[in-house]
Design a protein around this ligand. Sequence first.
Ligand code: SF4
Length: 577
Amino acid sequence: MSNVTACPLDCYDACEITFDNGIIKGLKSGHTNGFLCSHLNHYEKYPTIQTPRYKGVEITIDEALKKLKEMIDSSKNEEVLYYRGSGNFALMQEVTEHFFSSYGATLTDGSLCDGAGEEGIIRGRGSNKNMPLHEVAKSDVVIFWGRNPHVTSSHILPLIKNKTIIVIDPIKTKIAKVADLHIQLKPHTDIFLAMLLSRFLHIESGCDEEFLDKFASEYEGYYELTQNLRIKATLEQIDVSLGQLGDVLRLVKDKKVAIVCGVGIQKYSDGADIMRAIDAFAVMLGLFGKEGCGVSYLGSSREGIEMPFKKSGKKVSKVNTEFSLFKTVFIQGSNPLSQMPDSLRVRDSISKSQNVVYFGLYENETSEIADLIIPAKSFLYKDDIRTSYSHNRISFMPKVANSDVGISEYELAAYLCKEYDLPIESEEFYINHFKNFTIKKIDGFLYVDKREEIPYKSGFDTEDREFAFLDEIDSKVDEEDGMYLITCKSQNSLNSQFNREESVYLHSSLGFSEKEVLCISSKSGSVELKVKHNDDLRTDCVLIYSGTKGVNNLTSSKHALSTKSAIFQENKVEIRR
Ligand code: SF4
């Protein structure tokens, strides 16, 4: 049995690990560099669900599978909803969707994460090909735009030593404290900053005109659009100075620049335009198709891989799913009662479904209300394979130990396909299928074949190979009453997995005492939380980490303007004692 596998979690880094005598360690070679984050270092200490349950009574796996079949049998095909999250990011997770799609159940689409930003990138570039980690390592300047690498992508840190660092973030993050420049702008104003940077770059004749003439010839039109912004008023509204704009332009001049973006910047109704405006700044600098240059967001982790599973069918959005319309709801690797926006609506809606099935590793709000609980097998005890959305490696995840607890996604799908006489290949067939999309490179590691090391070398993937700039914007600085709600990831939890936060973080100058219980409310609902001080925040911001119980009572289930993506951060809140 091999002892090398990979972390399955929904994370940029996709680390490779070894498992020996019950101990998980980071692989010494490659980008993992011998270290893991606390989630994996303590992975085996987090209690998992050991036994299936039906209506609170423990049953066997065989009984659980029979119950699941009874529930499916009792519903019309389209009254069965398949709702999968990204608790585990490996490719074999999708084999269950193959069954539900083949069966004619209703599936989900939309995004609780990066969807709006991806849409903006595709509208501009024609595709979403990411600047991989190893290219960021070749940059002179790294701009962390709403990305907190110490929390979400720590394996980038060894690669950026001795580089010029610029941070654009409403929070004074750890990287901001050591950066050459930190712009602590007002939340939800990134589009204006990006447009002003493009405008001043043009004014200072800093654009890469040779690149623009070839691949973005409409840039004068975009410059005109940026001229609609009143400079002084906009800078005041976004809380950025003219000097700071000048500093950014001075630091990036004639340098290889990587713009490394987080997802928080696009969790707004105009999220697609925000990301497209940041891309436009990169285009004006001529950052695409060149070594050590580009924009690193979340690429498609499936890029270059043909998925062998059936995935077609009627779909409803996972942002505002009306669970009450379904008789049987099958939830896999997800905790919608905590992680979907507008939790109070979700709880009410799901309570009207007759059968709620939870298939996952950990107890949470969703397992608490589920009728049937089927424990999943941990990644250590099953075969799988994973790719990443920030680099091009592909990692095989063979079973590295045995366990009788839980059932794998393949085993569950194979059982259901057999019961309903639906086609499914062997597990080995699927793993071998994925092998067809790999290539071994000179460093001895496997990569996804045919992914461009430096994307967009011969132009963008639009019809005319040119970047499509924004030609209008709907964005306005949010001047509604209330404080900005920030719901970024915490160091200790990954969404609602692991050690979840329990506090609301506020600047100490606001006059609330540590441990004081406050009611935070929005148009959607309210939550009571204890205060912790954090003077790295702006005084107009309320930070409640993603995964904190009740945080999504405050968030709206509206979609972004151009795509079915959640707008978790576009929710003004009020605080009262
Ligand atoms: S950094 Fe990310 S990929 Fe690496 S061990 Fe932690 S969660 Fe897993």
